[in-house]
Design a protein around this ligand. Structure first.
Ligand code: E4P
Length: 215
């Protein structure tokens, strides 16, 4: 499974990228607002840090506006993926982007029927928001499994990008379900590494290493 970082914070992105395990970056208007920079300059800066797909979201909600914004975003860097909301006008725009070779990430997916239409329109990625489904008492992981299976059944090239990931169990379950990508907040990337037995085991090894005769 590819790992993207879900962040607009350049320091977080640099820190995670330095570990060598980050394949791409996703942003959304909330994350960009937190970063406090204009979208185009933020995306350009992210593209300098990570050489992989970088999702930048449009804010227009009509097809013409989405296409206009998306084309401008795609011009920032060859790695930019245009993030489009899962609405009828967005699906129309995805079809146009697909015919122009512009990559897309269809966002705010909460059902398999939405995901089916996004794939038929030629989306590069679909972003099911698993944490937000769990938040309202649903089963976010069921949606990941459904999308992976539907895309497999019909050989859709659209990749399932598990989004709204809140904790390491979401990562493990997404990987087991066959999601192509997981986009993780920086905090969750760090949590993937943590294990108390690793920490205590290392402490013991380092303490014992001091007892090793040097000559
Ligand atoms: C990803 O592309 C989404 O923007 C993000 O994962 C949403 O996560 P949240 O539900 O924690 O805001």
């Amino acid at each position: 499974m590819k790992i993207f970082i879900d962040s607009g914070d350049l320091n977080e992105i640099r820190e995670a990228a330095a570990m060598g395990v980050v394949d791409g970056v996703t942003t959304n208007p909330t994350l960009v607002a937190k970063a406090g920079k204009p979208l185009s300059s933020l995306i350009a800066a992210i593209c300098e840090i990570v050489d992989g797909p970088i999702s930048a979201e449009v804010v227009a909600t009509d097809c013409e506006g989405i296409v206009r914004e998306g084309r401008a975003l795609a011009k920032i860097h060859r790695n930019v993926v245009v993030k489009v909301p899962l609405i009828a006008e967005g699906i129309k725009a995805v079809k146009i982007f697909s015919s122009e070779g512009i990559k897309t990430n269809v966002t705010l997916c909460f059902s398999p029927t939405q995901g089916l239409l996004a794939a038929k329109a030629g989306a590069t990625y679909i972003s099911p928001f698993i944490g937000r489904i769990d938040d309202i008492g649903g089963d976010g992981m069921l949606l990941i499994r459904q999308l992976v299976q539907i895309y497999k059944n019909y050989d859709f090239k659209t990749e399932v990008l598990a989004a709204s990931i809140r904790h390491p169990v979401h990562v493990v379950d997404s990987a087991l379900a066959g999601a192509h990508v997981g986009t993780l907040p920086h905090k969750v990337i760090l949590q993937l590494l943590e294990h108390p037995l690793t920490a205590s085991g290392l402490d013991k090894f380092l303490a014992d290493a001091k007892k090793i005769p040097q000559s």
